[in-house]
Design a protein. Sequence first.
Length: 151
Amino acid sequence: MSIFQSMDTTGSALTAQRLRMDTISSNMANVDTTRAKQVDGKWVPYTRKTVTLVPKGNSFSNFLNKAVGSDQTVGNGVKVASINEDTKTPYKLVYDPTNPDANEDGYVQTPNIDPLKEMVNLISATRSYEANVTVFNANKSMLSKALEIGK
């Protein structure tokens, strides 16, 4: 295990959580966007986006350690697998007959974003980011103290 592996692991988590916060911010900014893209010549609302994270663990050293029978399982961090659109949650229908995007019944399709859910996800991502900053600073402090021993 490298002396800087824990910093790499924490750094990957910081990057992933930052992207998660950016995606949630994009969702919140587009909560009222009824014309995000055209599908078959018809405008559709903005679709909520989510980030999928997966562990980094398919490196050669991990496979080698498993083959040798080493029980040292050290995490390698996380990476972003994809940014997906939430197609499972339906768009919301809001009655507004004066809106130019309203259908013949007076209903407007609005994005499938729940601001409360997005705020909970944002708080979760923020807390995770803060925890990783604390871990990074603690590791930096330990490495600094280790260097002082050699003086």
